[in-house]
Design a protein around this ligand. Sequence first.
Ligand SMILES: [Zn+2]
Length: 259
Amino acid sequence: MKIIGNRSFDILIANHYSLITTYKHTMRTFFASILLISSFSVTAQFSDSLFVTPSNRGELMQRLMSIPCGIHATDNVKTICQKLEKFLISYKNDPNFPDDKFAKAANWQALKSVKMGGYGIGAVIYENKTRKILHAAHNSQMTKLRSDLHGEMTLLNEFEDNPKNKKYRNKYVCKEGLTIFSSAEPCPMCFIRIATVGVDTKFCTAGPDDGMTQRVQCLPPYWRDLASKHKCEKAQSSPVMQMISHVLFYSYMLDNRHV
Ligand SMILES: [Zn+2]
């Protein structure tokens, strides 16, 4: 064994610590890069042009692949659902978007529907004061073979049928202070049902070809007046939650399950 002098030993120790410091710095940079990449991915912006109705399956797949959950062009519906489910489970609500809690819950319901062979629209009803979700449901047209069971309709039917919710209701309408949060903008049928029930509405993604919010002026005067008594607006949810709502809404294009 080579015996080294004190000075050489000091140099060796110094080199040793220098190596450790370099290693620590490298690891710090490595993990910081991962954090930066993942935070960029989750907070990624999506241009407005990506929220129009996709013209074909290929366009929808491009949008699915823009979500940072590893979807590939060759993935089938089952695999796509598994990847979106994993992403939603690990997703931490973005504090910059106060409605993310409801967006995540509504998207979870929408995904549940797609997994069951149905349409990807989910909805929750919550109490404004406590922000507590009182009930959650999803579109059930395919599973129950009922033309009326859109996401918001199923939600309201189940909510109204549950005796536990009597305290939130006044005969057939709801008391003030509740909001329905839907993954997608309400269609004319759901819009009128919600107006009749008398609660506010928020939605995660706009329905350019079927949404009613921008078309209230088309209603007969009675329904227009009734609808004006409560807000129906786009929620403050993160871009990635909006994109998930959007792609789930059009997910019927993946396997042509639309009638
Ligand atoms: Zn509807």
